[in-house]
Write a protein that binds this ligand. Structure first.
Ligand SMILES: [Zn+2]
Length: 376
């Protein structure tokens, strides 16, 4: 039996909550984690129509990009919009899960879906997050004790690197030391310089495991006072972060890119707006799903020919376009750009369900949740 908690866990593996902005509220925010699930729905916004559809389709879990409870809620009343949504979810037996800025930042998330819809290749984040922090423990141990020490360090959480564990490096060398009065040396004697064939042992560890790994080192190392040090790795850019930058296979006029974008997006009343020269040749493109005002300058600095985002306001857009090296701006309806991610999230759940042999139905809602309903 698949539960709400199981599906939430699959989604959090793909879109780690740690990638969410500090102000965000992601994850399971309504419903029973232990309830069984046979149908999962996906939508951009948890609106009345989207929740009614989930109930009508017999879904026990609704996954949306936007949070249901981002700001404080001080009452749950049927005569208020948020209360009405929470009550409809609970009464319909539908749990709600949100993957928001974590799904923006993650590899395979909202921005990768937007980049893929435009056919961008060689993509990288517009503003990259660093790789997960990592440390290396270096120590020196008599050669016959090296394997037992590595076993103890691995048991304490050291040596995990991507899809590998027990990652380590050893190199032979000679250790020297002189036990002082009062010492109780494992090898050698007080007052005599000792030379020992040792192995230099290097092993990676996550910073959170440092205390456990050092305690394991002290317990497993044969020496009374083992020598060791711990190094922090330089923070390198990861494949996760805000927005994406990539290149088109062939340069196209900005107007043609806007038409392709409009064709790839769900239909909206607002359509795609273009700022700048529609005839400009575009090869390098930045994309950022959702509201992109705050990354205008990052897009200009990235040297792109076009910046695709949403919710651009008059002043930030005008001021950016006044720069001689400004990109063309393509302003897309916020929810339409993010809807491109829904099939990817659905595929994550379907793949995990298939891998566990669970029978699970999924659907992507086609309800348009754009607040702008007409254009004159
Ligand atoms: Zn959004």
């Amino acid at each position: 039996m698949t539960t709400v908690r199981d599906v939430a866990g699959w989604l959090e593996d793909a879109y780690p909550p740690a990638l969410a902005e500090s102000w965000d509220r992601v994850g399971l925010d309504c419903g029973d984690p232990d309830a069984p699930v046979s149908t999962v729905g996906f939508a951009v916004d948890p609106t009345d129509a989207v929740v009614a559809e989930a109930v009508a389709r017999g879904a026990q879990l609704l996954v949306t990009h936007h949070p249901l409870l981002l700001r404080g809620l001080h009452a749950v009343r049927r005569d208020e919009p948020k209360g009405r949504l929470v009550m409809a979810l609970l009464a319909g037996g539908v749990a709600h899960f949100c993957a928001h800025t974590n799904a923006d930042a993650a590899a395979g998330g909202v921005n990768d879906a937007l980049a893929a819809a435009l056919g961008l290749t060689e993509t990288r984040p517009l503003t990259a997050l660093p790789e997960d922090p990592l440390r290396t423990l270096v120590t020196y141990v008599p050669e016959p004790d090296a394997d037992a020490l590595l076993d103890a360090l691995a048991a304490a959480g050291a040596g995990r690197l991507g899809r590998y564990d027990r990652c380590s490096f050893t190199h032979p060398g000679q250790g020297r030391f002189r036990p002082l009065p009062g010492a109780n040396p494992h090898l050698g004697s007080v007052g005599e310089v000792e030379r020992v064939d040792e192995r230099r042992v290097e092993v990676v560890l996550p910073p959170g495991a440092t205390g456990r790994v050092v305690a394991a080192l002290l317990a497993a190392h044969p020496y009374e006072t083992p020598a060791f040090h711990v190094l922090d790795h330089a923070p390198l850019d990861s494949a996760r972060g805000s927005g994406r930058v990539g290149v088109l296979p062939e340069p196209v006029p900005a107007a043609e890119l806007a038409r392709r974008l409009a064709a790839a997006l769900p239909a909206t009343a607002g359509g795609v707006r273009l700022g700048g020269d529609p005839g400009r040749s575009v090869r390098k493109v930045a994309v950022l799903g959702g509201a992109g005002d705050s990354f205008l300058e990052a897009a200009r600095r990235a040297g792109v020919d076009a910046y695709v985002t949403g919710d651009l306001r008059h002043h930030p857009a005008s001021e950016l376009l006044a720069w001689p090296d400004a990109p063309v701006l393509l302003d897309v309806p916020h929810a339409a750009a993010e809807a491109l991610w829904l099939p990817a999230a659905e595929a994550v759940v379907a793949a995990r369900a298939a891998a566990t042999g669970a029978s699970l139905a999924t659907y992507v809602s086609s309800i348009d949740t754009d607040p702008w309903t007409a254009r004159y």
